[in-house]
Design a protein around this ligand. Sequence first.
Ligand SMILES: Nc1ncnc2c1ncn2[C@@H]1O[C@H](COP(=O)(O)OP(=O)(O)OP(=O)(O)O)[C@@H](O)[C@H]1O
Ligand SMILES: Nc1ccn([C@@H]2O[C@H](COP(=O)(O)O)[C@@H](O)[C@H]2O)c(=O)n1
Ligand SMILES: [Mg+2]
Length: 216
Amino acid sequence: MDLHKEGDRGSAKQKKVKIVFVIGGPGSGKGTQCKRIAQQFGYTHLSVGEILRQEISSGSETGSMIQKIMKEGKLVPSDVTVRLLQQAMQGINSDKFLIDGFPRNEENVKAFEDLTKMEPEFVLYLDCPQDEMEKRLLSRNEGREDDNVETIRKRFKVFMESTLPTIEYYESKGKIRKVDAGKSIDEVFESIKVIFSQGKDNKVPPSRHKCKCLIL
Ligand SMILES: Nc1ncnc2c1ncn2[C@@H]1O[C@H](COP(=O)(O)OP(=O)(O)OP(=O)(O)O)[C@@H](O)[C@H]1O
Ligand SMILES: Nc1ccn([C@@H]2O[C@H](COP(=O)(O)O)[C@@H](O)[C@H]2O)c(=O)n1
Ligand SMILES: [Mg+2]
């Protein structure tokens, strides 16, 4: 990916692209909060789930493969996901990306690092109790095929087994910024604003997290 360069005809002028990943369980409020962050802090919001749903809508063979996986609440192979994400990023002239719903497992992390040679500035983790997430998803009403009890439970399992290890990985790098996402939309955004208002040198010290999502 050539996200680092800008200017005419491939001049070597460097463009520093800032990336923030946003992760959290299904229904933790990633999409809701990303919209607000993008608006207030000037980020380009890319929802990886949305990118995958667009591929389904295109009617491609890859799209039908994605549809089957999503219906099962499983994860799409990382080479497919990262290629589509990379294409979306390359099509937008922005230097600040908010990547919603990524990474979902260690394979996502590796594929992203290998392909883009980039790392996120930090990772926003929306930590929310599972019963609250389930309640939100069951009343979302956006017509998503995966918003039914059976698939939701499978998505929770995938989150616990595959996504939590990525949180540990970024925790070890001091990159996790965790917020309590079980509160109201406004309250969650207040906590997020503090994080996005912090300067580069004003980093929150790393701390071992305890997930609310595990306390059931
Ligand atoms: N803090 C909150 N309190 C109550 N409801 C919320 C809160 N945040 C989001 N919601 C609602 O919960 C539902 C799920 O939110 P959202 O779509 O933002 O979650 P998500 O993390 O993006 O989920 P997914 O991983 O399934 O895409 C939406 O209907 C949204 O309006
Ligand atoms: N990195 C990702 C992100 C998403 N998926 C698949 O899409 C589904 C919906 O994602 P949302 O972020 O919109 O909840 C998710 O359940 C996965 O099937 C993925 O594979 N990899
Ligand atoms: Mg979402």
